[in-house]
Design a binder for this molecule. Structure first.
Ligand SMILES: [Zn+2]
Length: 421
C-alpha cells in the first residue's frame, strides 16, 4: 500500500464515492430519500467520509420489502445480471449489477484472491453452487482475471470433485468450511491425499472456528483462509484473510466499514465487538448505505504480518441472528464448535437441537464420533462433552454421540440449528 499521498488519495476517492452514492439513492430510491428527509439530511450535507455516521441505515428487510428490484438506482436496461440470496424466511432477496458493477466486482475478487495468495499458474477449483448465489461466479471471474486456471465443478458430486482435483492438479479450492470438512473425510477414506497438489483453501459462506481451521489444514495439508462477503453488498470479494491468518483485510477502495452496537446502532470505539455495517462506494445498480450485516466482528488495529496497513476485521464470530438464548444465557453455535473441536475423537460434524420442554429453551448437541467406539468409550466421551460444554458455556446442555456419517452432508451452507417443538 502506498503511503502519504496514496492514503490521502484514498480518502478523497472514498468521499467522492460516498457523495455519488448518496446522490444516486436520493434521486432514484424513494425509500432511502424519505429516510434521509426524516433525519433532516440532504445530499449537499455529505462532503466527507466523516458525514457517513449522520446517514440512515439500511437492513435486509429493505431488500425484502422492495422485492424484487425496488432499490434500483439505475435505469432498468443498464442491469446486465441479477443474483439472489436464499429465502430461508420467505422471498429471496434479489440484487442487480450493471456492467460497471460486474467489472468492479471482478476487481474486488482479484484483490481478495491476491491477498489470499492465489497467483497465475494456480489451478482453482470452484466448489460452490453456480446459479443465483453470488459465490461461484464471483470466485470464477476473479480467479480467471488473475490468470489462474479455473475448474468450475460447482457444488456436490464429491467423487467427481476429487477425481478432477487429482487429475488436473488443483492447487486452490473454494467451498464452505463444512464441505471442506466433508472433503477431508472422503480423502482420508480413499487415502489419496498424497496424490493431491492442494496448497490453499479459501473458505466462507458460514462462520467457522479456529478449531475447524486446524482440522482442515492438518488433514489436507493446506493453508485455510477465511473469505467474507455478502450478496446484498456485492457477493464475495468484500474482505479476505492473507496467509498470516490474523484477521480479514477489507477492501477500502470499494466499501466503507463501521462496527456499531447491534442494539442502539451507535458506532463503537475501535477494537470493540459489534455489528458490521457496510457502505458501497462504487456500486451503480443497487448501492447500499450503512447496510446492517447482522455479522459480529471488531476492528483489529496495527500492521498485519504481511505488511498491509489499515484496520483489519476479526473473523466473523457469528450473526446476531444466530445467537441462541438457552436457559437465559447467550450461546453462539461457534462457541459450541470451539468446544467440540478440542475434544479428541469427535468430528466437527454436529447439529444443535433447540427445544422448549417447559418455558425455558434447552439445547442438545448431536455430534459424530471420528471413528468407531465401543459402549464404554461412548459413555466416557459423552460425559466428557457434557462436562466441557458446561464449563465453557456456563449452562448444562444435552449431548449425544452419533456414529460417523450419521448426519447429512451439505454441499452448501451447513444446517447447524434445528428447532424441535
Ligand atoms: Zn495480512
Amino acid at each position: 500500500m502506498k503511503k502519504g499521498l496514496g492514503i490521502l488519495g484514498r480518502e478523497q476517492r472514498q468521499a467522492r464515492g460516498l457523495k455519488k452514492t448518496v446522490k444516486a439513492m436520493w434521486d432514484r430510491v424513494p425509500l432511502y430519500r424519505s429516510r434521509m428527509e426524516d433525519m433532516g439530511m440532504s445530499p449537499e450535507m455529505v462532503s466527507s467520509v466523516e458525514d457517513l455516521q449522520r446517514l440512515p441505515f439500511m437492513t435486509k428487510d429493505d431488500l425484502r420489502d422492495s422485492y424484487p428490484m425496488g432499490l434500483l438506482a439505475c435505469e432498468r436496461d443498464e442491469v446486465v445480471r441479477v443474483h439472489a440470496s436464499s429465502g430461508t424466511t420467505g422471498k429471496p432477496t434479489v440484487v442487480a449489477y450493471t456492467k460497471g458493477d460486474i467489472t468492479a466486482w471482478e476487481e474486488c475478487m482479484k484483490n481478495c484472491l491476491a491477498t489470499a495468495g492465489v497467483t497465475r499458474g494456480d489451478v482453482f477449483q470452484v466448489i460452490l453452487g453456480y446459479g443465483l448465489f453470488t459465490g461461484a461466479l464471483g470466485f470464477h471471474y476473479g480467479a480467471e482475471g488473475l490468470g489462474a486456471m479455473v475448474v468450475p465443478t460447482g457444488g456436490g458430486f464429491t467423487e467427481r470433485q476429487l477425481m478432477l482435483m487429482e487429475d488436473l492438479g488443483t492447487t486452490v479450492f473454494t467451498s464452505t468450511p463444512s464441505y471442506a470438512l466433508h472433503l477431508c473425510e472422503e480423502i482420508k477414506d480413499k487415502g489419496t491425499r498424497e496424490r493431491l497438489r492442494l496448497r490453499l483453501a479459501i473458505l466462507g459462506g458460514e462462520s467457522w472456528t479456529e478449531e475447524m481451521r486446524e482440522r482442515i489444514e492438518g488433514e489436507l495439508g493446506v493453508i485455510a483462509v477465511d473469505s467474507y462477503g455478502l450478496s446484498e453488498v456485492i457477493g464475495p470479494g468484500v474482505a479476505m484473510e492473507c496467509p498470516e491468518r490474523s484477521g480479514l483485510h477489507p477492501d477500502w477502495d470499494h466499501f466503507l466499514f463501521e462496527v456499531v452496537d447491534p442494539v442502539t446502532g451507535r458506532p463503537l470505539p475501535e477494537g470493540e465487538e459489534g455489528e458490521l455495517v457496510i457502505t458501497s462506494l462504487t456500486k451503480e445498480a443497487m448501492p447500499v448505505i450503512r447496510y446492517r450485516t447482522r455479522d459480529l466482528t471488531r476492528f483489529i488495529p496495527g500492521i498485519c504480518g504481511c505488511g498491509r496497513e489499515g484496520l483489519r476485521l476479526e473473523r466473523i464470530k457469528g450473526r446476531c441472528d444466530d445467537m441462541l438464548i438457552i436457559r437465559g444465557v447467550n450461546v453462539f453455535p461457534s462457541q459450541v464448535e470451539a468446544v467440540l473441536g478440542k475434544i479428541e475423537g469427535l468430528s466437527l460434524h454436529y447439529r444443535l437441537e433447540v427445544f422448549q420442554p417447559n418455558g425455558l429453551k434447552e439445547l442438545k448437541v448431536l455430534c459424530e464420533a471420528e471413528g468407531w467406539m465401543d459402549e464404554l468409550q461412548r459413555e466416557e466421551k459423552e460425559s466428557e462433552a457434557v462436562r466441557r460444554l458446561h464449563e465453557n458455556l456456563g449452562i448444562r446442555v444435552g449431548f449425544r454421540l452419533l456414529a460417523p456419517g450419521a448426519l447429512e452432508r451439505s454441499a452448501g451452507k451447513a444446517v447447524r440449528v434445528t428447532k424441535v417443538a
